[in-house]
Design a protein around this ligand. Sequence first.
Ligand SMILES: Nc1nc(=O)c2c([nH]1)NC[C@@H]1CN(c3ccc(C(=O)N[C@@H](CCC(=O)O)C(=O)O)cc3)C=[N+]21
Length: 287
Amino acid sequence: MPAQLLDGNALARQIRSELTTEVAEFIENNGVVPALAAVLVGGDPASQVYVRNKRRDCEEVGINSTLHRLPETTTQDELLNLIARLNRDDAIHGILVQLPLPPQIDSRAILEAVSPNKDVDAFHPENVGLVVQGQPRFLPCTPAAVQQILVRNNVSIAGQHVVVVGRSDIVGKPLAIMLAQRGPGADATVTLCHSRTPDLGAFTRQADILVAAIGKPKFITADMIRPGATVIDVGINRTDAGLVGDVDFEAILPVASRITPVPGGIGPLTRVMLLVNTLTAARQLEM
Ligand SMILES: Nc1nc(=O)c2c([nH]1)NC[C@@H]1CN(c3ccc(C(=O)N[C@@H](CCC(=O)O)C(=O)O)cc3)C=[N+]21
């Protein structure tokens, strides 16, 4: 029997519908509309698509969204000035600075400038620290999307061996920490593999749940999967053959028990987590 598809689009739709009710209740109780400010520097085509989809998502659930488009030549000071303004603006609850930023800008300095209370990406060091300590203010969006697709499809995590491939600061590293945490939706045994792991297949074949977050098209092949494993594909690679993930989907389908597609897997859920975090930010700031 081929693997069950874990449908990110359907789950994203369901969570947006839950959020629509919660946002309406928030507005009713507080007389304030949750609001997200997105900052886009330059014209990276993938970023344009992402920001456009995100604005549509906000509209669907009743969150206000504003987009600040800055030219490719924006200086660090100009961007810092905009962030300072958004930090002070009481009508704005969440701030997202779309990555990557142009080379003249120091991304780290920018992410540290966003108020931790409005940091809906959870990229600020204070929020990263809170996640590590198991006291999150916001969960980082893509790791939260992976956790939710597992939890909401009743995939057991506790006591399972999760192998994460990729140690980025925005996906692999925080996800490994979140799934190893004590508590619901966690309690896994986690192995974090990366580009310097020798004999990667020896590790991935031990995975009950394999998460691919490497950023290389079809990098995970069928021989690297334990029969019956759950495979989560975080990759979004634009190739001549279209959008493909980090796993060789067709070849793995007959081996795995469950698998996420690309597109339509973790991507749409990542955007939903941004909405969740914006509502959380509004609740915390309007208390
Ligand atoms: N500050 C910041 N926060 C981010 O969360 C962030 C970022 N910068 N920079 C870029 C990456 C990438 N990312 C995606 C989210 C959703 C899809 C997504 O919805 N993908 C659809 C396909 C969309 C398409 O067709 O292009 C899918 O997988 O089905 C893709 C990529 C968020 N990122």
